[in-house]
Ligand binder design. Structure first.
Ligand SMILES: C[S@@+](CC[C@H](N)C(=O)[O-])C[C@H]1O[C@@H](n2cnc3c(N)ncnc32)[C@H](O)[C@@H]1O
Length: 258
C-alpha cells in the first residue's frame, strides 16, 4: 500500500500524538500504519473493529513486531458509535480504509452517527484520512447494462441484509464530504480512481455467485417470491445487454475545525 499524503501526515505528527484506525478488518491498513509508526517514534496507534476476530488478527501481527514498536500499538474490539460515547477527543489522526461502506445498515444508527463519532474522537485541527469504494454509476448516466448491474447489486444487498450477512453500501465522496462539512470538518479534498465499465460476457451468476446468499431463513414466502421474481427479471435483462462490471475507489482527507 502507498498513500504519500498519509505517510507525511504520520511522520510529521508531534511526539505524544495518537492515531486511531477504524475498521481493522483483514489488517492491510493496520500493517501499513504500524510500518509508518516505526518512522515516528513519538506517536501511538490504536486500531478498532466491532468484530473481535479483527482485533485478534491485529494482536497476532503485533507479536511479530519489535517490542519497542509493539508497545505503542494496541487493538480494541468495539463498535465505533458505542465506543465514542465513552471517550473524549484524544486523536490527532483518524484513518479508515473500506470502513464506511462496511457499516451494517441493520444497526439502529446510521452513517451520520458514525461520522459524528469520528468528529467526537478527533481533536480540533486533527486530520481524517478516508479511503473507500465508489458506488456504481447511477442509472441514467451509464449504459443500460450499467443500470441493470446497479439493480442486481441492490438485489444482492437486500438479500444479504435480510440474511444478516455482511455487505457493503458505497457512498459517493461528495455525500461523505457534505456530512463531514455539517459536522465541523474543513479543507476537505478527495481524489477518485474511476475504472471504466467493462462489458463482460461472463454470466452474472459467475460474478456474484460466490457471495450470493440463498433464501434467508425465516423469510416470508410472499417476500421471497417477490425478491426471486425481481432476480429472474434482472437475469433476463442482463442476459440481453451483457453485464457491466465496474469498480472504483476514492481517497479523502479533511481537517476538524479548531
Ligand atoms: C472491509 S473491513 C476494513 C478493511 C481494513 N481496513 C483493511 O485495510 O484491511 C471493514 C471492517 O469494519 C468493521 N466495522 C463495520 N462497522 C463497524 C462499526 N460500526 N464499528 C466498528 N467496526 C466496524 C467490520 O467489522 C470490518 O472488519
Amino acid at each position: 500500500m502507498e498513500w504519500p499524503e498519509l505517510e507525511s501526515a504520520v511522520t510529521s505528527l508531534a511526539s505524544g500524538a495518537t492515531i486511531l484506525e477504524l475498521g481493522t478488518g483483514q489488517g492491510s491498513m493496520f500493517r501499513y500504519l504500524a510500518g509508518l509508526l516505526a518512522r515516528n517514534p513519538g506517536c501511538s496507534l490504536l486500531t478498532l473493529d466491532a468484530d473481535p476476530r479483527a482485533a485478534e488478527g491485529a494482536r497476532r501481527h503485533l507479536r511479530t513486531l519489535p517490542p519497542v514498536l509493539r508497545q505503542r500499538i494496541s487493538a480494541v474490539s468495539a463498535e465505533i458509535v458505542d465506543w465514542a460515547g465513552s471517550q473524549r477527543s484524544s486523536c490527532h489522526l483518524v484513518v479508515a480504509s473500506a470502513f464506511l461502506s462496511a457499516v451494517p445498515l441493520t444497526r439502529p444508527f446510521g452513517l451520520d452517527e458514525v461520522i459524528e463519532a469520528i468528529g467526537t474522537l478527533l481533536l480540533p485541527s486533527g486530520m481524517l484520512f478516508l479511503e473507500d469504494y465508489l458506488p456504481l454509476p447511477p442509472p441514467g448516466l451509464s449504459a443500460e447494462a450499467g443500470s441493470w448491474a446497479c439493480a442486481l447489486w441492490r438485489w444482492y444487498k437486500a438479500l444479504a441484509e435480510l440474511a444478516g450477512l455482511p455487505h457493503h453500501v458505497e457512498w459517493p465522496p461528495s455525500w461523505v464530504a457534505a456530512r463531514l462539512r455539517e459536522r465541523g470538518f474543513t479543507c476537505i479534498r478527495w481524489v477518485a480512481d474511476e475504472r471504466q465499465p467493462i462489458r463482460s460476457d461472463a454470466s452474472w451468476q459467475a460474478v456474484v455467485g460466490g457471495q450470493c446468499p440463498g433464501r434467508p431463513p425465516g423469510i416470508d414466502d410472499g417476500l421471497w417470491f417477490a425478491l426471486d421474481r425481481y432476480r429472474r427479471d434482472l437475469e433476463a435483462r442482463i442476459g440481453r445487454c451483457g453485464l457491466v462490471q465496474w469498480s472504483g475507489s476514492y481517497r479523502l482527507r479533511a481537517r476538524r475545525i479548531t
